[in-house]
Ligand binder design. Structure first.
Ligand SMILES: [Zn+2]
Length: 328
């Protein structure tokens, strides 16, 4: 099997989250200037690899069991892999056509049938992969229990026009493509977030594992990241978002923030016929992320599953109890 690592530039370094960074090989082929600042990143995945360029935003990936995509072919060519090797890789990969490939094909067919598609977007200029070297930015993201292998980013440099407020960048992906992002500011000024999102987008689809039977729907990005769930990023769920969530074919549990805005999300979940969980968390925990920080991921998950209600009447009672807790 083709060892892509053997074709990477000699000068590279490894980040704690497992990305190899090196000078990107894509930019000059995409109308950008050649990268000299190590903005290309390649990461080995369970069955292949994933490439991201933080200079020109080119992405490509390879999964054993699937055909080598057009974008992966271009990347391999730029890395200097001979055409014959690429063809061999393609044939070998298709021989390994696995259950994983079949499941993914089915998911993609679903997406096509349900009309789900998001435009590929660029990351903000100067965004780079977050590593331990970024000190307080890194600690902030770790402190919010974002999984270590999630490619959080940081944007430190002045873009030459604005003074940039300190922030981390969370890329929005769908089918492993970048389709938007949010900036979370770390100073205590408003707004806390600025996002570039597309209608109907639900954050966290790419965090779901093929064998999971449940999916947890939360309001915020950090809630979703810390529990491995989805975020609708509002206190309601649009029809398009509901269709996308349904297309996953899982048991859905909505976990609202425990504040007045969260009440609206409960009503919408009931309307959609989904389960709702309103756990009695320790004092000071008002959302999933707070609970994960306090109880750990497994602990928080247990409280969510224990308080999961599917009956409208029981959900209504829990909602009243929550409203009372909020007021007092
Ligand atoms: Zn590039």
């Amino acid at each position: 099997m083709l060892d892509v690592l053997a074709y990477l530039p000699a000068k590279k370094k490894q980040t704690p989250s497992g990305w190899l960074s090196f000078n990107a090989v894509c930019c000059q082929h995409n109308g950008s200037t050649r990268d000299t600042r190590g903005r290309g990143g390649l990461k080995a995945t369970a069955l292949g690899w994933s490439y991201h360029c933080f200079n020109c935003s080119y992405t490509a990936s390879f999964i054993l069991g699937r055909a080598v995509s057009f974008k992966a072919r271009r990347l391999l060519t730029w890395l200097g892999v001979p055409e014959t090797e690429i063809e061999m890789l393609n044939l070998e990969s298709l021989r390994h056509r696995s259950i994983h490939g079949i499941l993914e094909d089915r998911q993609q067919m679903w997406n096509t049938l349900s009309g789900v598609s998001f435009e590929e977007k660029d990351l903000p200029p100067y965004a780079e992969l977050l590593t331990a070297e970024h000190g307080p930015y890194w600690e902030y993201v770790r402190g919010r229990h974002v999984p270590a292998d999630f490619p959080a980013m940081v944007q430190i440099e002045n873009d030459g026009i604005h003074w940039i407020r300190p922030h981390v960048v969370i890329p929005f992906t769908y089918d492993n493509k970048i389709v938007g992002y949010t900036c979370r500011f770390l100073d205590n000024r408003q707004p806390k977030f600025i996002s570039d999102s597309q209608p109907g987008y639900v954050f966290g689809i790419d965090l779901q594992m093929p064998n999971w039977q449940h999916v947890i729907v939360t309001e915020g990005i950090f809630d979703a990241l810390s529990i491995g769930g989805l975020a609708v990023m509002h206190n309601t769920i649009s029809d398009a978002q509901a269709r996308l969530i349904r297309s996953l074919g899982r048991e859905v549990t909505v976990v609202p923030d425990q504040d007045l805005a969260g009440i609206e999300l409960i009503d919408r979940a009931v309307e959609l016929g989904w389960a709702v969980s309103i756990p009695e968390w320790p004092a000071g925990c008002k959302d999933v992320n707070d609970a994960v920080i306090k109880l750990g991921r497994l602990g928080a998950l247990l409280t969510i599953m224990q308080s999961r209600e599917t009956s409208r009447i029981k959900i209504e009672l829990r909602k009243k109890a929550l409203a009372k807790r909020i007021r007092t």
